[in-house]
Design a protein around this ligand. Structure first.
Ligand code: NDP
Ligand code: PYR
Ligand code: MG
Length: 578
């Protein structure tokens, strides 16, 4: 049978309150009508396919009779079946591929499954498995999941954007693949990261999937292995730099604004630090941009620290911080902590920075190194004698909080953690590097070497640890807590700029979601199972700040921003087709 284009009337078209399908006044009283394929093509359309959940009535109305076996299955039962299937795979990458296949077949089921099983599936669609997926992206790549903009598209980027089938884009996550997690330069194969981040925008933050656009900018790669790999999917050349690089990026940024307007959010992700800071500084005054690795990470770590103070007692200003890694994540977090301390204590920023020390690949950052330091390290070049390695830095500085943002695994050694535990009753140890292979230490190491006294969280998840008969629950300090809610807040308020105050607002909202029940379990982050509620609170705080700062364009300001944020969230429950 020929499939035909047919108008499908969707019942209750009020669930999605913003974006492309925003219900107009009329549509709020009468169900809306959209044209989608019927029959065989409907089953092949991931946006509308419901598989066995099509009712008999729908099968009759939309030429589906005989195309499906006779049984009708609820969305809940479909979820149960899929989880049974996914749990049978032993290899994480197989689970990842099963999830990507589902997204290509049935988008609503994919998101419902992810929302309902978020703690189990987050490590599948996100870190750590997404890292392996990027490393192997060339061989698992099936259908385009986002836009590829390479040097070959120079001069044509606006046309390329127009090739994307969805027109009302609200959030773009863009990478150039040069620093994918702690795995280095993965070139064009970095696409897995924007795809994964945007899946979280929808599942965790409720931004509708059709408004999300993953983009990979391909300017080549310096990864020799990829350059030699006959199946590599990207440009087979070394990375363009300097003017050639910045001209392409500028054309991209200009085309995005021209095509989607000034309210589209651009999240920079996993750029190398030699470009990341510059791109952020250059475009933060003209576009709605933020850098997730610098700013999103900072907001999540600050929230964890504020929550940890409930366990430690005392104020932020009474802590001393030491970082291993002084790049995007390290200096971004350091700056937001210093800002918050300055806000709390009214001390000047230059003063509060003095409680924060960073170690890079050459040792402690000290004033005698100032001339040779990259600009983002200079504020941290304190008066101190040079120290070559982390262990000696820990012994010299005696931090209360140790943060790993180096991208190098196993760097928090037994000696380092024992030293932290020797002068802290409850040492705070955050091993932020991703994926799991790059974590500065494991949860088990942190608890064992500190004799169960560490307050520990990591970028990638670890299972609970049993030590001397007690079970310890490690938290996950990952920017995934922040960017979905931050993005939702920016979208619903129609913000046109991101300010640091909004990141502080996001951070405060997250810290506010950590309850006594979590503290009692030693947790400094709430569980991801509550993430949609958490995201609504983050979104509300961010939107409120956007209104306060005068950068919100959706007027008037809704009265109850939390309720409004919740009402705007994409709901992947199947719709009824009439
Ligand atoms: N949990 C989360 O939410 C997030 C985690 N991350 C993770 O943080 C890690 C770093 O990311 P990012 O900051 O963007 O990377 P950058 O490349 O910007 O920074 C890495 C820093 O680590 C330093 N470094 C590298 N090797 C060593 C070493 N052996 N000893 C001491 N310092 C070292 C580098 O030193 P030098 O400057 O001298 O080269 C640099 O300062 C990654 O693994 C990433 O996955 C990032 C963002 C969010
Ligand atoms: C989590 C993240 O953004 C990173 O590891 O780069
Ligand atoms: Mg990142």
């Amino acid at each position: 049978m020929e499939s035909t284009l047919k108008d499908i009337t969707v019942a209750g078209g009020v669930e999605d309150m913003y974006g492309e399908d925003r219900a107009t006044e009329d549509q709020l009283v009468t169900p809306w009508t959209i044209s989608v394929a019927s029959g065989y093509s409907l089953l092949r359309d991931p946006h509308h396919n419901k598989g066995l959940a099509f009712t008999d009535k729908e099968r009759d109305a939309h030429y589906l009779r005989g195309l499906l076996p006779p049984v009708t299955m609820s969305q809940k039962l479909q979820e149960k079946k899929l989880m049974d299937n996914i749990r049978q795979y032993q290899v994480p990458l197989q689970k990842y591929m099963a999830m990507m296949d589902l997204e290509e077949r049935n988008e609503r089921l994919f998101y419902q499954l992810l929302i309902d099983n978020v703690e189990e599936l987050l490590p599948v669609v996100y870190t750590p498995t997404v890292g392996e997926a990027c490393q192997k992206y060339g061989s698992i790549f099936k259908r385009p999941q986002g836009l590829y903009i390479s040097l070959k598209e120079k001069g044509k980027i606006l046309e390329v954007l127009k090739n994307w089938p969805e027109k009302s884009i609200q959030v773009i996550v863009v990478t150039d693949g040069e620093r994918i997690l702690g795995l280095g330069d993965l070139g064009c194969q970095g696409m897995g990261i924007p795809v994964g981040k945007l899946a979280l925008y929808t599942a965790l933050g409720g931004v509708r999937p059709s408004s999300c656009l993953p983009i990979t900018i391909d300017v080549g790669t310096n990864n020799e292995q990829l350059l030699k790999d006959e199946f590599y999917i990207g440009l087979r050349q070394r990375r363009a730099t300097g003017k050639e690089y910045y001209d392409l990026l500028h054309e991209f940024m200009t085309a995005v604004k021209q095509n989607y307007g000034e309210k589209v959010l651009i999240q920079f992700e996993d750029f190398a630090n030699h470009n990341a800071f510059e791109l952020l500084a250059k475009y933060s005054t003209t576009h709605l941009v933020f850098n997730d690795d610098i700013q999103g990470t900072a907001a999540v770590v600050l929230a964890g620290l504020v929550a940890a103070l409930k366990l430690l007692g005392g104020s932020l200003a009474e802590q001393t911080f030491l970082f291993l890694g002084a790049g995007e994540a390290g200096t971004g977090i350091a700056e937001l902590i210093a800002l918050e301390m300055s806000k709390q204590s009214k001390a000047p920023l230059e003063e509060t920075r003095k409680k924060i020390f960073l170690v890079d690949s050459k040792g402690l950052i000290v004033s005698s190194r100032k001339d040779s330091l990259q600009h983002f390290k200079k504020p941290w070049a304190h008066e101190h004698e040079p120290v070559k390695d982390l262990l000696n830095a820990v012994k010299a500085i005696k931090p209360t909080v140790l943060i790993g943002s180096s991208g190098v695994g196993q760097t928090f050694t037994k000696e380092v953690i024992e030293a932290m535990a020797s002068f802290n009753e409850k040492p705070v140890i955050l091993a932020l590097s991703n994926p799991t292979s790059q974590s500065e230490c494991t949860a088990e190491e942190a608890y064992t070497w500190s004799q169960g006294r560490a307050i520990f969280a990591s970028g990638s998840p670890f299972d609970p640890v049993e030590y001397k008969g007690k079970v310890y629950l490690p938290g996950q300090a990952n920017n995934a807590y922040i960017f979905p809610g931050l993005g939702l807040g920016l979208v619903i308020s129609g913000a046109i700029r991101v300010h640091n105050a909004m990141l502080l607002a996001a951070s405060e909202a997250l810290a506010g979601q950590v309850s006594k029940e979590h503290f009692d379990k030693g947790l400094i982050y709430p569980p991801f199972s509550n993430i949609r509620k958490i995201s609504a609170h983050i979104a509300a705080n961010v939107a409120a700040k956007a209104y306060e700062l005068g950068v919100a364009t959706h007027l008037p300001q809704p009265e109850n921003l939390v309720k409004y944020a919740e009402s705007c969230m994409y709901n992947p429950n199947y719709r009824t087709y009439r």
